[in-house]
Design a protein around this ligand. Structure first.
Ligand code: GDP
Length: 725
């Protein structure tokens, strides 16, 4: 069965040359799939995704067009070659990998890699160049190192007088004298005006880390196992699927082997190895990403064949897409009598996942996690996808990876699961992980075996940390324990500092400043609403606001209240969250405050659009910002003669105050807005009730209050626009 599907994926073209996938070709040209897709669009070849196949005719056309273009570019390139900066180095590499004009067939992989190596060298060289004073040439903006003084900058820019520069700086609100050093953000703000390219100065930590994360010589790279995360709606069978896969694992059949939960496990299958993260769910996935960690190579989206696409299915798709991770769909529970896999396929097509057999590019596998059918087919498909992704890493270097989970264990100290992503981790290696350093004392795998070393794509429990790191923290082996301590100490200092002030996130108030300094190029929006129609209408209006300087991108538009998962996605994608007739859950509200995420809720479309337009133009007025005072949940209701329905409520957050307006929320959707008519504790009228107390609440002109409704007290405060970025 697997054999069939494998061969059907390598379709033959008319000429007998096997088709090539977009991402494979992109790799040969040393381009990202996205860039290649954009480029070939200009040749009239439209493809859907990086997984789309290109016929040999299409490839021929692409080669022809590219060599024509390379001819015309050759001249420019030779001009700029010697003094190219980083971005130019990339461009060069593009040109370098272009096939020679008279070379009819595509490059072999080896040649491609040779070019990649050159490109990497070019980048390294260009970075070194920037240390020294760079020589400007036609069309190449001069590179200016962060930390330069006003005087030095003026002299480097030639004609410019220091006073002129100082005036310009004043124009953007920076008061500086000649001897003052300019930071990166300030340089960015004036770089357009004086036509130079600011270069960030690396800190000691960045330098050490940059060395550690240096790219590898392609010859040192070896294929590595894919890391898979399973996502999907609750009860669709994620846990059962993980269990079924674990049972298929051939190493499990070894007598006496005992598995232990370390947050991930590896599977040794006949045709290759795989790693599964066994904390299913998109919250874990996005929480990792919010910390800057991308550990997943492939997402398996589980959809129950008897239930079809559900809200969390769509949420999972949004999260996987935002992370740019390929999705393989598992249609589960096909053993059930009313299972309808075709309906699942149809529903998913509406969300951009079209099955290959219907001309799309998404792999669908039908399984029954319960009966263990289709599991091997799934493993085959995952390995095939991994092969296409050409996942590789260098086992012969200092290890680096990501913390998957960590705990304080009585008797053993800190135990953290590290996913080794690159290099080989060995007993005794000094390391830094987030804010802590350490030395590897012991390594235990998911089979409870003690290991002496662990290579790429190995999840391993590590002992020897000086503190508990967080899931998603980077893990790096460094050359000396002294370096490790220095960096971890500095990070702890920075952390304490960062806890003092609010974290920098995008908000409507400072959007314009961030656009001006180049920090933000696109406003990412998560849009939640009470109905599909309104979400679509508002998303459409928002997209229309896209302007030259800043685009608008709706990374998630969905029906429902604002949840913690939305906030996490906002953190991971630097987005703002907009609700139309819906409200955040209490957990989402707390998380958004903690993470400094701008959550805006509206009940008038016009106000929503005009606020965002104003923010983009830097014209957002000091505004009346709503502050939630408290929330209570309705536990029972009583009918009281003359007073109407009274909500017997429990205040679970903040205070409920008689003098503030109140809202009634049902499943995070706004039902009613009005005033509190009566607020009582036992028999007494009171002005306010605090957290963890019960009370009776009557709402003016509203009788339909129900058990489990949330009552929200709020007030409006004037907030001044902040000028800082
Ligand atoms: P999760 O919430 O996505 O992790 O779902 P679970 O793995 O806990 O499964 C939810 C329920 O569906 C459990 O009662 C499972 O026994 C059942 N289930 C999972 N896979 C299958 C399947 O392939 N066939 C049938 N009939 N039931 C399944």
């Amino acid at each position: 069965m697997e054999k069939n599907s494998t061969t059907s994926r390598q379709k033959q073209s008319k000429t007998g040359i096997p088709n090539i996938r977009v991402h494979e070709l992109a790799k040969q040209y040393n381009l990202t799939s996205k860039d290649l897709i954009k480029e070939i669009e200009t040749y009239g070849i439209i493809v859907k995704t990086h997984m789309s196949s290109l016929s040999s005719e299409a490839v021929e056309l692409i080669e022809e067009q590219r060599s024509l273009r390379s001819k015309s570019e050759e001249k420019d390139v030779s001009l700029t070659k010697a003094k190219a900066g980083k971005s130019e180095a990339k461009q060069q590499s593009k040109v370098e990998v272009e096939p020679k004009i008279d070379q009819p067939e595509r490059k072999t992989k080896k040649e491609g890699e040779e070019h990649k190596r050159k490109a990497v060298e070019a980048e390294v060289v260009s970075e070194e160049d920037t240390e020294a004073k760079s020589v400007p040439a036609d069309n190449v903006p001069r590179q200016i190192q962060e930390g330069i003084t006003v005087g030095q900058l003026a002299s480097q820019l030639g004609e410019l007088k220091s006073t002129e520069l100082i005036m310009s700086l004043m124009g953007i609100g920076v008061m500086a004298n000649v001897n003052q050093s300019l930071d990166y953000e300030t340089l960015i703000a004036i770089s357009d005006q004086f036509d130079f390219e600011p270069v960030r100065q690396l800190t000691l930590e960045e330098k050490i880390l940059a060395e550690m994360e240096e790219s590898d010589d392609p010859e040192d790279l070896a294929p590595r196992a894919p890391v898979v995360t399973i996502m999907g709606h609750v009860d669709h069978g994620k846990t059962s699927l993980l269990d079924a896969i674990r049972d298929t694992n051939v190493i499990d059949t070894e007598a006496g082997s005992m598995t232990q939960h370390i947050g991930a496990y590896h599977v040794e299958y006949d045709s290759g190895n795989l790693v599964f993260l066994d904390t299913p769910g998109h919250a874990a996935f996005t929480a990792m990403r919010a910390r800057g960690a991308q550990v997943t190579d492939i997402v398996v989206l589980v959809v129950a064949a008897d239930d079809g696409v559900m809200p969390q299915t769509i949420e999972a798709i949004d999260h996987a897409k935002a992370a740019d991770v390929p999705i393989i769909v598992v249609v589960n529970k096909i053993d059930i009598a009313n299972a309808n896999p075709d309906r699942v396929k149809q529903q998913l097509m509406e969300h951009g996942l079209s099955p290959e057999e219907w001309g799309g590019s998404t792999i669908f596998v039908e399984v029954s996690a319960l009966e263990h059918t289709g599991i091997e087919d799934l493993l085959e498909m995952l390995l095939l996808e991994a092969e296409l992704l050409e996942l590789s890493s260098n086992p012969n270097r200092n290890a680096s990876g990501t913390i998957l989970e960590a705990k304080l264990d009585r008797g053993r100290g800190v135990a953290a699961t590290v996913l080794v992503q690159d290099g080989t981790l060995e007993i005794g290696n000094p390391f830094i992980a987030g804010m802590y350093s350490g030395r590897v004392r012991a390594m235990i795998n998911d089979q409870n075996k003690h290991l002496k070393e662990a290579g790429p794509s190995t999840p391993i429990e590590v002992l020897g940390f000086t503190g508990v790191p967080e899931a998603g923290d980077r893990f790096n082996v460094v050359s000396s324990e002294a370096d490790a301590k220095k960096i971890s100490g500095k990070r702890r200092g920075e952390y304490r500092q960062s806890q003092l002030g609010p974290k920098s996130q995008v908000s409507l108030e400072d959007l314009f400043d961030k656009v001006r300094t180049g920090e933000v190029k696109e406003l990412n929006v998560i849009m939640k609403g009470d109905a599909k129609g309104s979400v679509q209408a508002i998303s459409g209006e928002l997209l229309k606001l896209s302007a030259d300087k800043v685009g608008v991108s709706i990374i998630r538009g969905a029906v429902g209240g604002i949840t913690e998962a939305d906030i996490l996605l906002a953190v991971a994608s630097s987005a703002i969250v907009v609700g139309f007739n819906v409200r955040p859950t209490t957990e989402a509200m707390q998380l958004s405050t903690q993470e400094n995420i701008d959550v805006r809720t509206y009940s008038v479309i016009y106000e929503l659009i005009s606020d965002i337009r104003a923010a983009m133009e830097g014209l957002l007025e000091p505004e009346m910002r709503e502050v939630i005072v408290g929330r209570a949940v309705v536990r029972e209701t009583f009918k009281v003669p003359r007073a109407g329905t009274i909500a017997g409520s429990y205040v679970n957050w903040g205070i409920v105050n008689y003098n503030y307006p109140v809202r009634v929320l049902r499943d995070s959707i706004l039902i009613y807005e009005g005033k509190i008519e009566s607020l009582r504790r036992f028999k007494d009228d009171v002005n306010q009730v605090s957290t963890n107390y019960e009370c009776g609440i009557g709402i003016s002109d509203f009788d339909d209050v129900r058990v489990d409704d949330t009552l929200e007290c709020y007030t409006l405060e004037r907030v001044a626009r902040t000028l800082s970025s």
